[in-house]
Ligand binder design. Sequence first.
Ligand code: TNX
Length: 603
Amino acid sequence: MTTSPSIATTTANTPPGVLVSAPTAAPEPLDPSRTGDSGAPADAAAQAVGRTAGELARAAERTAAALLAPATAIRLGDVVPAPERIEPDATAGYLLADDAVIRVSADPAAVAVAGHLAALLRPATGYPLPVTDTATPVPAGGIALELSGEATLGAEGYRLDITTDGVRIAAGTAAGLWYGVQTLRQLLPPAVENATPVTERWMLPGGSILDRPRYPHRGAMLDVARHFFGVTDVLRVIDHLARYKLNRLHLHLTDDQGWRIAIDSWPRLATTGGAGAVGDAPGGYYTQADYQRIVAYAADRHITVIPEIDLPGHTHAALTAYGELAPDGVAPPPYTGTDVGFSYVDPANERTYDFVTDVLGEIAALTPGRWLHIGGDEAFKVPAEVYAAFVERVQRIVAALGRDVIGWHQIAPAAHADRRLLQWWGTTGDDPVTAEAVRRGARLILSPANHAYLDMRYAPDTPIGHDWAGLIDVRQAYDWDPASHLVGVPAEAVLGVEAPLWTESVTSLTEIEFMLFPRLPAIAELGWSPRSTHDWESFRARLAGHGPRWATAGIAYHRSPEVPWPQPATPVPHSRQPSTSGHPVERSPVSGAEGPPARAGTA
Ligand code: TNX
């Protein structure tokens, strides 16, 4: 489908399957003299404090809603993804106070994590939370982040201890500290998601957590080719991944409808190939500086960007810019539909390999991560032997750049290349060709379309998305096991999971969030949590507590009927939020401070 859903505003009770923003769970401190209780002075007062009347109205709505919301104590076990081991201590909660200090090991990467923690906590608490770096942090009276050198915690594990005296997060690496911080964030009241100070008891449940990930590869993919999303949208998506301990962002940078990254040696790829998008949506592309900003922002959050240049198919946009690469040598007009499988760069033309070498060379130079994704899906018009030879040659180009290759599982028939990864997106769980590639040495990233494709609709009435791989509500996203999913593939061959979001029908940040939440946390839990913790009832109960967090952060989500959300969405009047696709709309990457997102509905 090519049409966007209508975005409706409604004040009726919210049915499942619409974009919602529930109110925040905690009151904002409203000085009556500023809230307009007395009528006309409100505007003047609002101007005096730099807030618009609309902002004040929204704050008042949030306050009213918070008064209706039941206060629920957070338990140590409420974390998503579920930690490996939890030992609650009901006698030992810690109350974060305004004089708390964050102490951190004297290591630049650890200090950076402490800086993030302070930045997460300061807006809502209003506390100064100074960060001090000492060689031997102590837990008393604050939060200590300690590089403890505990080898058993591995590259990404952490230990979290909460006592009445304070909080201690210990890890062998800065990444481990980072994941401990994400856990800590979830143990504070949802009001911590507010962008401005709120009155709240910042109580943390007592006890200990020991936590390590099940898989090293825990990712999500964003298709910025079908619809283009500006840098600030991507940064906000990175924040969403970080919350749930994901460590890979796969960017699908090129497709038939758009080429989204500037390539100096082939400049028209972006300027001509990036001009359009699906339907009438505006195009756009990242400059190399934009891309580097995304990569650096992700790295700062322990997330590696995996760039995908889809080859040899899904290349129509490149052909519009450089007709010499087309099989008939003629540049076609732009394509704005949503069909797949019709385009390819000419494997018989040596210029094609110049193009591939130049493009992948520039991308590699901009990408510190180990992986280059070469696509490889749906090249329906390229004969099998020609396709395999093409993929093998591209694999050699990637190896010559010192990188490891990833491709969709269609590249399975090509010869093995060292450390190559195949990304499984089938729906059957049974593919002898992929199993054979694994026997030859490939490892797998699992993105089964019938569980992990976040562009699938939740339900028949979901306003956007596809259904070719079925409907995927939260349980369908959650209830499968990566280790035993593919027949003939041993558990050791599975490197991890990834949730792709294709964007043929997804046109705005709000719609991205609506498709990510709450399914992204489900896939994240499959990637992080030990199988022994896998339990649908537990998951949905824990997930429910995240709704108020998302709402407070201004994150749109699907109020799945499968999840016992703590309260019905309190109706809040909304104004339409325009799509940000194609426009570099500046939006805070760390908060939903602009107010609630628009609702999309069929109403
Ligand atoms: C298949 S999955 C595709 C994409 C589409 C997607 C829509 C894969 C590797 N290719 O080109 O966007 O389905 O769900």
